[in-house]
Ligand binder design. Structure first.
Ligand SMILES: Cc1ncc(COP(=O)(O)O)c(C=O)c1O
Length: 475
């Protein structure tokens, strides 16, 4: 007997079985018919051959076909009634149009992405040790749904760490783990929107991500200008917003630090009418100039939600983030967390706890600070050499910090054309205009230096400059 029965054409039906495939014959018939119904090849109401007829055409026993028909009837694809022919069920919906394919993010040989740490610098072996320890030591309570705020051991370790390195007024009871900064901000924004907040102030220029998250929660953004001392609190006071998102330790994208008197004014603004400050401390430990601007939250823990994450400190792919909440906000947000069930998995959380407790995070950041400082110097040298009319970060408080540097360009620069041409040469750069909400006051690039080796930075900037030459020549 042949191992495979060729396609059998019933009335509009294509079924084939293969005896050597290792898949049960009834399952093969089921999937052929299921696929044909889903694809619309078998229309609702279409009649199928009798089980006897199909079995004889396929050279298999009738019981196998009956079993397949019975299963498909139980799933709702077919209708079979005693004495009546088997038909395709009437309520099977027509095939869905093909899902749109997501556009792939372009990849570049020299990617100056401003938010990317050195992925190769992640200490995989040390992290593995922490993951192993986490699995070996995880208490039973971690294996279930656990505390919606996150693993207590981690909240304890993280609170100590943040108090020590960022000067936060930490309380593990008011610490909530989320899957990164954006997840934490989205949670908070949903809660604010649910409380009737309509507008959230954001920095101008500021992070595009802040704006999208606020808008996705159904609120609108009020851009508030930033100058060389950080957010203009006088303009914030006129904005009418009852919450603001700020990057006080390292303004995104200008790089400046929120000045001392502005910090005091911002806190006074929040205390005045019970307003809320949302602090994005994306890269607070990554400074290379000896300055140590602390977290704002330490000055006003009841008015500031502090949010940090592992994305710049370790890896974006870990999806680990943390919030330090005011006492009055903790339980309302924990209720929301209990409902949404989100947050990072227990094993990653316990691994981070082990990593922090063994001093690995401190060691890793020390190593990265040295590496990033060298890469930043290389970027500045390459810019000075290849793009001499670029001016570096303007803010009075801006220093050597973070994962990127802003290169401001003359006002008549065709920055968008330049970015396109650089992309064609394998150089990925972000324009400053992406992070402006109104018309940009200045042109420039935000150049990430952390994720590229020193030779790659030099070569990438050389190619970037060469793309500009072509742009000018072709204008
Ligand atoms: C302004 C800003 N803050 C923080 C982050 C970190 O976000 P996450 O922790 O979700 O990776 C990002 C990343 O896109 C960002 O753009």
């Amino acid at each position: 007997m042949a191992s495979s029965t060729g396609p059998v054409l019933g009335p509009g039906l294509l079924v084939s079985v293969n005896r050597t495939s290792g898949v049960a014959l009834n399952e093969q018939i089921e999937s052929s018919i299921r696929d044909a119904v889903r694809a619309g090849q078998l229309a609702p109401g279409a009649r199928l051959p009798s089980s006897r007829a199909l079995a004889s055409e396929l050279g298999i026993s009738r019981g196998v076909v009956s079993e397949a028909y019975g299963q498909l009837a139980a799933e709702g694809y077919l209708q079979s009634r005693q004495g009546a022919p088997v038909t395709v069920a009437r309520r099977v919906s027509s095939p869905a149009p093909p899902a749109p394919t997501l556009p792939l993010l372009p990849t570049y040989a020299y990617d100056f992405h401003p938010g990317m740490p050195d992925l190769d610098g992640f200490p995989r072996d040390r992290w593995l040790r922490s993951v192993r320890a986490a699995i070996q030591r995880a208490p039973g309570s971690a294996m279930g749904h656990g505390d919606p705020r996150g693993q207590p051991e981690l909240r304890e370790a993280l609170s100590d760490y943040l108090g020590r390195v960022r000067g936060t007024a930490s309380d593990p009871e008011q610490t909530v783990m989320r899957s990164g900064f954006r997840d934490a901000l989205a949670l908070l924004c949903r809660w604010l929107a649910g409380r009737g907040v309509e507008q959230v102030a954001i920095e101008e220029p500021g992070a595009h991500a802040h704006r999208l998250i606020v808008e996705q929660a159904g609120m609108s953004v009020v851009p508030v200008p930033v100058d060389g001392h950080g957010l203009r609190v006088d303009a914030l006071a006129r904005s009418g917003a009852s919450a603001v998102i700020v990057t006080p330790a390292h303004q995104f994208p200008t790089g400046c630090v929120l000045a001392t008197e502005r910090r005091a004014a911002l806190i006074a603004w929040a205390e005045d009418e019970g307003r809320l400050i949302i602090e994005d401390d994306m890269d607070g430990e990554l400074r290379y100039d000896g300055a140590r601007p602390g977290a704002l939250q330490g000055l006003a823990p009841e008015r500031v939600v502090y949010i940090g994450s592992a994305s710049k400190r370790l890896l974006p792919g870990l999806r680990l983030g943390w919030m330090q909440l005011p006492s009055w906000l903790t339980w309302p947000l924990v209720s929301a967390v209990t409902v949404d069930g989100g947050g990072p998995g227990a094993i990653s959380q316990l691994a981070l706890q082990d990593f922090i407790t063994r001093g690995e995070l401190d060691r890793h950041l020390r190593r990265m600070r040295q590496r990033y400082a060298r890469r930043r110097d290389t970027l500045l040298d390459a810019l000075a050499h290849h793009v001499p009319d670029a001016a570096l970060s303007a803010g009075a408080g801006a220093g050597a910090a973070g994962l990127y540097e802003v290169a401001y360009l003359p006002a008549d620069t065709d920055d968008t054309g330049w970015i396109t041409r650089a992309g064609e040469r394998g150089v990925g750069v972000h324009g400053l205009s992406l992070h402006h909400f109104g018309s940009p006051t200045r042109k420039g690039f935000i150049l990430g230096f952390a994720g590229l080796s020193e030779p790659a930075i030099e070569q990438g900037i050389r190619l970037l400059a060469a793309s500009r030459t072509r742009a000018r020549a072709s204008n």
